[in-house]
Design a binder for this molecule. Structure first.
Ligand code: CAO
Length: 414
């Protein structure tokens, strides 16, 4: 049995934010019915294609464990089918532009009439306010949620992150909202509205930067590289690779950095493990030197401390540095490339990186569930072809007969 066995999701999501949410619910056992426009489908099927006329990796990697039905929600018969699907499902998830579902004729009031138990979950770019009507993509959310203003180096422009905190991050938030609403429905019998704005999701993930904004009123942020020689302005600045916590940290070069852009390791010079670190890098002299042997003494010269650490790390590969520092309890981690992650045996063994077969593209590598439930193991199934399950859903879920299905096909509703 899977955790969400028996839960049926009407998945009207597209692109990335919504699909990441419903994919997670599918991994946990929900029956996810993805609704797509006939002949077109989710736009990502055709975006960034690596193989002509085959669903892109963008689509296949975000839509595992789902069934696909094509449905034109703007035709009368299509609307009637959608209404019946809403009645047959537990959750409706969507991330259309603001107002799109209302324009199809499905307001929250109407949806409650159709099925008072339905949980109606949405991702939008912004919550209520001046920008609520805007269309939003990943990098816009990173910029408007505080990610970009706090990422990068002090002397460089705002920078977006490679991690999709706007899209996939908001999808995660939405998934939590949905299962929470399902849990409440167990007791009340009622569905409810679940809304996640991408700006809010990014800001939630930038929580510590709002912490620092308020600390600024009480003096400089001593763990930031701007301290003690640079200046602080009115807002939380970009902190480069400085550690966000109370312990100093930095990225340092390792052997081979001249040719390998990822020959780096992150080292945290935690006070508790400083003795071992100093000895390992050949600076045992620091331990008797009042200029170096307390965190307070080191604080104004963290740049010089990490230069000394780097002199040592440059003589070893990032994995050799790990081998030396880990047993000394020095927190550190190599900068791993996507190639290294894709090939990492432990990630394969845990199911975090999996190979999936696809009837048109053949085998490909994807990220499996990062959430492991001991009683609800995840089997990653390939993404559906466009409309692959249309007839099956119309007959099995809605009970349409062959003549109804033929009529819906004939007028382009499915
Ligand atoms: N049948 C009939 N019409 C359908 C349909 C179906 N099955 N599925 C979608 N449509 C229609 C919509 O109703 C909409 O029509 P209207 O403009 O008449 O209302 C139209 O297709 C386009 O939908 P859209 O506006 O959502 O799509 P877009 O490509 O123009 O915008 C996006 C995409 C992502 C910017 C927008 O959907 C959005 O802002 N979503 C919310 C925020 C979000 O999730 N962003 C993350 C995206 S991932 O980076």
């Amino acid at each position: 049995m899977k955790a969400l066995d028996g839960v049926r999701i009407l998945d009207m999501t597209h692109v990335q934010s919504g699909p990441t949410c419903t994919q997670l619910l599918g991994w946990f056992g929900a029956d996810v019915i993805k609704v797509e426009r006939p002949g077109v489908g989710d736009a990502t099927r055709g975006q960034l294609r690596d193989i002509p006329d085959v669903d892109s990796l963008y689509f296949t990697m975000l839509n595992h464990n789902k069934r696909s039905i094509t449905l034109n929600a703007k035709r009368d018969r299509g609307k009637a089918i959608l209404t019946r699907l809403m009645a047959a499902c537990d959750v409706l998830a969507e991330n259309f532009a603001p107002g799109a579902l209302d324009r199809m004729g499905f307001s929250w009031e109407r949806i409650q009439e159709i099925n008072p138990r339905l949980i109606y979950a949405s991702v939008k770019g912004f919550g209520p306010g001046p920008y609520e009507q805007c269309k939003v993509y990943e990098n816009i959310a990173q910029c408007t949620g505080g990610g970009a203003s706090t990422t990068g180096f002090d002397d460089g422009p705002p920078t977006v992150s490679g991690a999709q905190i706007g899209d996939s991050g908001t999808g995660l938030h939405l998934a939590l909202g949905i299962v929470t609403a399902l849990y409440q429905r167990e007791r009340t019998g009622r569905g409810q509205r679940v809304e996640c704005a991408m700006q809010d999701g990014v800001l939630n993930l930038c929580r510590v930067k709002l912490r620092d904004q308020q600390r600024l009123a009480h003096g400089p942020l001593t763990e930031y590289p701007q301290y003690p020689n640079g200046t602080f302005g009115e807002a939380t600045p970009r902190s480069g690779n400085a550690s966000g916590g109370g312990q100093p940290g930095s990225v340092v070069k390792c052997k081979g950095w001249e040719d390998d852009p990822n020959a780096y390791i992150y080292v945290i010079a935690q006070a508790a493990a400083f003795d071992g670190l100093a000895r390992a890098i050949g600076r045992a002299d620091w331990l008797d030197d009042p200029e170096w042997n307390t965190p307070e003494a080191r604080l104004p010269k963290l740049d010089r401390m990490f230069e000394a650490i780097e002199q040592w790390t440059r003589t070893r590969t990032k994995f050799e540095v790990m081998d030396v520092l880990n047993p000394l309890n020095v927190p550190c981690g190599p900068v791993l490339s996507m190639k290294e992650l894709a090939d990492e045996p432990s990630l394969r063994a845990s199911g975090t990186v999996v190979e999936v077969d696809h009837p048109e593209r053949g085998p490909y590598v994807t990220v499996g569930s990062p959430i492991k439930l001991s009683d609800s193991p995840v089997e990653v199934e390939r993404s559906p072809l466009l409309g692959e399950h249309t007839d099956e859903i119309l007959t099995e879920v809605l009970g349409l007969d062959a003549a109804d299905v033929a009529a819906a096909r004939a007028d382009g509703s499915v």
